[in-house]
Write a protein that binds this ligand. Structure first.
Ligand code: UD1
Length: 446
C-alpha cells in the first residue's frame, strides 16, 4: 500500500483500519458480551498509548523527520496526530504501525479547545513547542470524570525555565526567547508534567534538574527517544532527572514500548474466565508490582521467551489488598480492573486510590452486576462473591470501561455496555482481540 501524505492530516482518512477501530467516534456504540466463557489463545499486546502521546509531542523539538513504530491505533493517538497536523506537521502513515512526522512546515502554535477537551494529554505539546519555536497557546484542559486534574505543575515548571506564561479566555499562552535550565521539584509526582518539562529542558540553556520526577517506563521511553535525537539526559527512571540543554535536536527512528496496562487487563481477563492465554510483544519488567500481586492472588504467569507471558488461574483465586501509587507502585490505571478481579475471587479486600480523587465511578456500575463493593472515602471494601451477573451498564472513563468489559466476560448472562467511546481511546481492537480468544462479544452501532 502506498503511504499517504497530507497536511493537515485527516485522521479518519489516513489511519489504515482506523475508522473501524474507533476514529469515527460514535457515542451511541455499545458492546454486548455474553459472559461465562473461557478465554483461550494468543494475542499480541499493542504499543503503549501513554508512551506514544509524548513521543509524538517530542517530534515538535526538531525540524528533521522522525519515524515512530509500534504505534497503537487508538482515538487518543489519532487526536495527537490531528493536533500535530493542525500545527502544520506532514504525517505519513504506513501499514507497519509506523508514522513518519515531518515538522518543517509547523506554522500554527495553538492547541484548540475542540481537541484538548477530548484529550488532556494534548498539554504535552506545550513544552516542546515552546522550547523549539518560542511560543505555544494551549486550551486549558478543564476537569474530567476522574477528578479536577490540574496542570499547575506544568505551568510552574515552564515558568521556572524562564517562560512568560499568561492565562486568559480558557487558554494558556506561553512565550520565551530561549528557556534556561533550572532546578524544579514536582509535588505531587506527575507523569505528563515530568514529560513536558523533560522535553522543554532538552533545548534550554544550561542544566535542568527535575526532582521527584515520575519514574514510569513511559518517561524512560521518552528519555531514550530524546537521547537518540541528541539530547543529554541522565537519571530517567529515577526520581532525579538531569538534563543538559543542547542547541538543537535531530531526527530519529524510535519504537514505542508495549502497553503495560493493556497487558495486565488481559492477564486479569484470562484469570477470571479460568482461561489460558499467551500475550506476545510485551515486557514483564514494567509490571513487577502488579504481577507480584496477581501471583499472590493465584494467577499463574509464566515468562515465555523474551517477550511473551502465558497466563492461567490456579483455580482458587484469592482477593488481594493494594493501594495505588506512582511507579514502581501499583498503577492507578489498573485499579478498576482489579476490583473486578477481587469481586470474582474469594475473600475480602481493601483497595485504596491515592492518585486521583473520584476514581471509583465504576463501582456503582459493578454493583449493578452484583459486586459487593462499599466506598469509604478514597478506599473500597470488596467482598469477593466468586460471581457477577450480566446487566446494562455505562462506561464513565477509559479504565472504568475496561473493568466493565472484564466484568461482562466473567458474568453470567448478557452485559450491554454503553458509552464505549471511552474504551476506544485506550484499547486497540479490544473486541477483535477478545473474539480471537473465544469471547462472545460484539459492537452494536446504531
Ligand atoms: C498520566 C497517565 C494516566 C495515569 C496517570 C497516573 C498519560 C497520558 N496519562 O496522567 O493514564 O492515570 O499518569 O499514573 O500518561 N497533578 C497536579 N498538578 C499538575 C499535574 C498533576 O496536582 O500540574 C496531580 C493530579 O491531579 C494527580 C497526580 O498529580 O493527582 C498525578 O497526575 P499525573 O501523573 O499528572 O497524571 P497524568 O500525567 O495526567
Amino acid at each position: 500500500m502506498e503511504p499517504t501524505r497530507n497536511r493537515p492530516i485527516s485522521a479518519e482518512k489516513n489511519l489504515p483500519g482506523a475508522v473501524k477501530y474507533g476514529n469515527k467516534i460514535d457515542i451511541m456504540d455499545k458492546i454486548l458480551i455474553r459472559g461465562g466463557g473461557t478465554l483461550k489463545g494468543t494475542i499480541p499486546i499493542s504499543g503503549a498509548k501513554n508512551a506514544t502521546l509524548p513521543a509524538l509531542a517530542a517530534t515538535l523539538l526538531t525540524s528533521d523527520r522522525v519515524y515512530l513504530s509500534n504505534i497503537p491505533h487508538l482515538v487518543d493517538v489519532t487526536t495527537m496526530l490531528e493536533l500535530l497536523g493542525r500545527h502544520g506537521a506532514a504525517l505519513t502513515i504506513d501499514e507497519k504501525l509506523g508514522v513518519e512526522i515531518d515538522n518543517k512546515g509547523i506554522d500554527n502554535f495553538c492547541a484548540p479547545y475542540d481537541l484538548v477537551r477530548t484529550m488532556r494529554a494534548s498539554i504535552l505539546v506545550m513544552g516542546p513547542m515552546l522550547a523549539h519555536y518560542g511560543q505555544a497557546e494551549i486550551s486549558l484542559p478543564g476537569g474530567c470524570a476522574i477528578g479536577s486534574r490540574p496542570v499547575n505543575l506544568h505551568i510552574q515548571g515552564l515558568r521556572a525555565l524562564g517562560a512568560d506564561i499568561s492565562l486568559g479566555n480558557g487558554f494558556i499562552r506561553a512565550r520565551c526567547k530561549r528557556l534556561s535550565g533550572a532546578r524544579i521539584y514536582l509535588e505531587p509526582v506527575t507523569v505528563t508534567g515530568t514529560e513536558n518539562l523533560l522535553m522543554a529542558a532538552t533545548l534550554a540553556d544550561g542544566i535542568t534538574t527535575l526532582e521527584n520526577a515520575a519514574r514510569e517506563p513511559e518517561v524512560v521511553d521518552l528519555a531514550n527517544m530524546l537521547i537518540s535525537m541528541g539530547a543529554k539526559i541522565r537519571g530517567a527512571g529515577s526520581s532525579t532527572i538531569i538534563i543538559e540543554g543542547v542547541k538543537e535536536l535531530h531526527g530519529t527512528s524510535h519504537t514505542i514500548i508495549p502497553d503495560r496496562i493493556e497487558t495486565v487487563t488481559f492477564i486479569i481477563a484470562a484469570a477470571i474466565t479460568n482461561g489460558e492465554v499467551t500475550l506476545t510483544n510485551t515486557q514483564s519488567e514494567f509490571l513487577t508490582v502488579p504481577l507480584e500481586k496477581l501471583r499472590q492472588a493465584g494467577v499463574i504467569i509464566e515468562e515465555e521467551g523474551g517477550n511473551s507471558l502465558k497466563v492461567r488461574s490456579n483455580g482458587n483465586l484469592q482477593a488481594v489488598d493494594f493501594q495505588t501509587s506512582p511507579y514502581p507502585g501499583f498503577p492507578t490505571d489498573i485499579q478498576a480492573q482489579m476490583l473486578v478481579f477481587n469481586s470474582m475471587a474469594a475473600g475480602s479486600s481493601i483497595v485504596t486510590e491515592t492518585i486521583f480523587e473520584n476514581r471509583f465511578m465504576h463501582v456503582s456500575e459493578l454493583q449493578r452486576m452484583g459486586a459487593n463493593i462499599q466506598i469509604h472515602g478514597n478506599s473500597v471494601h470488596v467482598q469477593g462473591m466468586g460471581k457477577l451477573v450480566g446487566a446494562p451498564v455505562m462506561a464513565t472513563d477509559l479504565r472504568a470501561s475496561a473493568s466493565l468489559v472484564l466484568a461482562g466476560l466473567a458474568a453470567e448472562g448478557e452485559t450491554l455496555i454503553s458509552r464505549v467511546y471511552h474504551l476506544d481511546r485506550g484499547y486497540e481492537r479490544i473486541e477483535e482481540k477478545l473474539l480471537a480468544l473465544g469471547a462472545e462479544i460484539k459492537r452494536l452501532s446504531e
